[in-house]
Design a binder for this molecule. Structure first.
Ligand code: AP5
Ligand code: MG
Length: 223
């Protein structure tokens, strides 16, 4: 079972790169933010509870989040592993994941931090568009779709997220970066942390991440 964790601030590019890694490694992408947004759309009790935190830019409490993630990780399509996008987000979530994997004699293979200066995150989030069907991400200038307003992959319409409003973005950045630092420390102490420069192009970040988990043999390296 291969569990790869993608870490980064809001807007750092976790979702963008999780789609690439999931395709490359033939593993499902499990994104807690997407699971919460689906629950909100479907009007479930979980969605009703999560939305009050999400639209204030706060983290959803650990108990709810860990239960939801572990249930999803137990699904048959994740039997070979998963790319975790947006989880863990607190030290306690990281410890709960370690404990759950330990029961299966598995550990996190790598924690990949996409490092982007806070000053760049605003423009990334305000220019972001996502496809309504599967959440494929685009950016107005950095990564526009071939046809405006339409997903290249599945043709569905592009929409903006409710929590990408400037006031909620500010709350997400102000409120969540401290916890990210603790998760980074957790994986650094375990010797599992890889840091990649998230200011590179999207393709450049993908190459650096893939190199961290599946280094190309020296005869195939270009630099
Ligand atoms: P979540 O959905 O996880 O949001 P987030 O962490 O705030 O991160 P984003 O999805 O906004 O950014 P991203 O890093 O995926 O960037 P993207 O690839 O889209 O969580 C939402 C909410 O749910 C949280 O606030 C919280 O309330 C709750 N939640 C979720 N998980 C939780 C947990 N574990 N515990 C508690 N609560 C939880 O890229 C952003 C933009 O930049 C795009 O437009 C993209 O095209 C562009 N871009 C990407 N890479 C590049 C590049 N290299 N160069 C230029 N542009 C780029
Ligand atoms: Mg995302």
């Amino acid at each position: 079972m291969r569990i790869v964790v993608l870490l980064g601030a809001p807007g750092a590019g976790k979702g963008t790169q999780a789609h690439v890694l999931a395709r490359h490694l033939a593993l499902p992408r499990i994104a807690t933010g997407d699971l919460f947004r689906t629950a909100v759309r479907e009007g479930t009790a979980l969605g009703a509870e999560a939305r009050t935190y999400m639209y204030r830019g706060e983290l959803v409490p650990d108990g709810i989040t860990v239960r939801m993630l572990l249930e999803r990780l137990a699904a048959p399509d994740a039997a070979r592993g998963a790319i975790l996008d947006g989880f863990p987000r607190t030290r306690s979530q990281a410890e709960a994941l370690d404990a759950a994997l330990d029961e299966r004699s598995v550990r996190v293979e790598a924690a990949l931090l996409i490092d982007v200066p806070v000053v760049d995150l605003f423009s990334r989030l305000s220019g972001r568009w996502l496809c309504a069907a599967a959440g494929h991400p685009y950016h107005e200038t950095a990564d526009p779709p071939r046809v405006a307003g339409v997903c290249d992959v599945d043709g569905s319409p592009l929409v903006q997220r409710d929590d990408d409003r400037p006031d909620v973005v500010r709350a997400r950045l102000d409120g969540q970066l401290g916890a990210l630092g603790e998760v980074v420390d957790h994986y650094r102490a375990a010797g599992l942390l890889w840091t990649v420069d998230g200011r590179l192009s999207i393709a450049g970040v993908s190459a650096a991440l893939l190199d961290a988990i599946e280094p190309a043999p020296w005869w195939r390296r270009t630099s």
